[in-house]
Design a protein around this ligand. Structure first.
Ligand code: HAM
Length: 423
């Protein structure tokens, strides 16, 4: 029997992992710069957590969750996203009591959604996300959006579009909801079965329907923008002003509703505009979720955050023809010839590594030519050759692979000499 990775998942091989590590380094650096601290939560949670937060009527909860019963008969779910877990942890660990509010957190890790596999859409994917919890200042909305843009910028991306919208507060949404019901109800029979149940449970979701997106009633549907009360409208104006001040360009899109229930006020997505990018253009999505902490038993703690998948970030880099500088090359490759050379070679390898010199040697007992080929493939900057004569003399041949020159250096001086050359 031939085993393969499960559908919608992928092995990330060493030819790719170094790029992931570069992205992760950028993420850690940017988060450190903005004072966001890392949080690590479990990969599964009580199913009810996602039902209550992401929402019972969403595609994620209805169609995409990996839910299982454990041996203790508990219903658990592999996390489809990170916000619910982070806010759960915020409440559980009483982070609302921390002296420095808002609490600014970030995470990177696998998420699981049973979706139809296509380019850029996986069943296991890695999200980097941030959550700033405890402040309802529109400036933090702009900070969070700016942080996401900064990560893309440092990865070299330029073909980006930021779209924003306001979903308003509970009162605004209630009025809008009523208007949506009056708009769609007389014609609901023309819509898909999902929309027919959405009209009762969550009519806003209809606007997000992929099946009925072409129905003319969609374009004429009442826009949330016309239902924002004064407070919501002014909040949105402030967010836009802060983005303007920060020099972050955006487009307001009144149709942006997002696919999770916990949002209110600011919602945003960042898309790739690169012509080389596939059908799914959303790189990052996020928004404000005042009320979420209370929904799961905590005190009021307004929050905002986003998540982006690393897979899509790397795809966008490819589409824009941006790459990281090459895989880091090896500093030294040690070629040993004959049994008596292996032990001093191995000892030297340890000394080089202790001096932070990236080095490796042959473990296949190969001939000189094959070892030199390996050194070439690994792009070693220096090759140290030790044969029986060299051992007897207490020296090694040191070949500079960049200019081809070769010299003899006593063992005792090797590490210092190479360290100096690499500087
Ligand atoms: P989301 O829009 O469901 O939001 O996902 C955010 C991002 O995760 C997407 O823009 C995309 O980059 C990535 N993503 C989602 N599904 C897949 C998939 N099947 N394959 C690859 N990438 C995917 C959330 O998850 C919210 N928790 C974001 C948030 C944080 N809102 C506030 N705080």
């Amino acid at each position: 029997m031939n085993f393969k990775v499960p559908r919608g998942t992928q092995d990330i091989l060493p030819t790719e992992t170094w790029k992931w590590q570069k992205v992760e380094r950028i993420i850690n650096e940017v988060c450190d710069l903005y004072r966001y601290q890392e949080i690590r939560t479990p990969m599964f949670e009580q199913t009810e957590l996602f039902q209550r937060t992401v929402g019972d009527t969403t595609d994620i909860v209805q169609k995409e969750m990996y839910t299982f019963t454990d041996r203790g008969n508990r219903s658990l779910t592999l996390r489809p996203e990170g916000t619910a877990s982070v806010v759960r942890s915020f409440v559980e660990h009483k982070m609302f009591g921390y002296p420095d509010q808002p609490v600014k957190l970030y995470y990177t890790g696998p998420m699981f959604r049973y979706e139809r596999q296509q380019a850029g859409r996986y069943r296991q994917f890695v999200q980097f996300g941030v959550e700033a919890i405890g402040s309802a200042d529109p400036a933090i909305d702009a900070e969070v959006i700016g942080l996401a843009m900064d990560v893309y910028k440092r990865a070299g991306l330029t073909e980006l579009k930021l779209i924003i919208n306001s979903l308003g507060d509970t009162d605004s949404r209630k009025e809008h909801r009523e208007a949506l019901v009056s708009h769609f109800n007389p014609h609901i029979a023309e819509f898909c079965s999902d929309c027919q149940s959405r009209i009762e449970k969550n009519p806003l979701r209809i606007l997000d329907c992929k099946v009925d997106s072409g129905n003319p009633l969609m374009a004429s549907a009442p826009s949330l923008a016309d239902y924002l009360n004064e407070e919501s409208a002014s909040y949105f104006e402030n967010v836009k002003s802060y983005l303007d001040d920060a020099g972050i360009p955006y487009v307001v899109d009144a149709n942006l509703v997002r696919g999770l229930d916990y949002y209110n006020h600011t919602a945003f997505e960042i898309m790739s505009t690169s012509s080389g990018f596939g059908a799914i253009t959303t790189l990052c999505g996020g928004g404000r979720y005042n009320g979420l902490a209370e929904e799961i038993g905590g005190p009021p703690a307004p929050g905002i955050g986003f998540a982006m998948s690393i897979e899509r970030l790397l795809l966008a880099m490819e589409a824009e023809g941006k790459s990281f500088t090459d895989e880091p090359a090896l500093d030294v490759y040690i070629v040993t010839l004959g049994d008596s050379a292996r032990r001093p070679g191995f000892k030297l390898l340890g000394e080089l590594r202790a001096a932070d010199i990236r080095s490796d040697m042959d473990y296949m007992d190969r001939k000189m030519k094959a070892q030199m080929k390996s050194a070439d493939r690994l792009e070693a900057k220096t090759v140290i050759i030790i044969g029986e004569d060299e051992v007897a003399e207490g020296v090694a041949q040191v070949k500079n692979m960049v200019d081809g020159t070769q010299e003899k250096i006593p063992f005792a001086e090797l590490v210092v000499t190479i360290k100096n050359k690499l500087k």
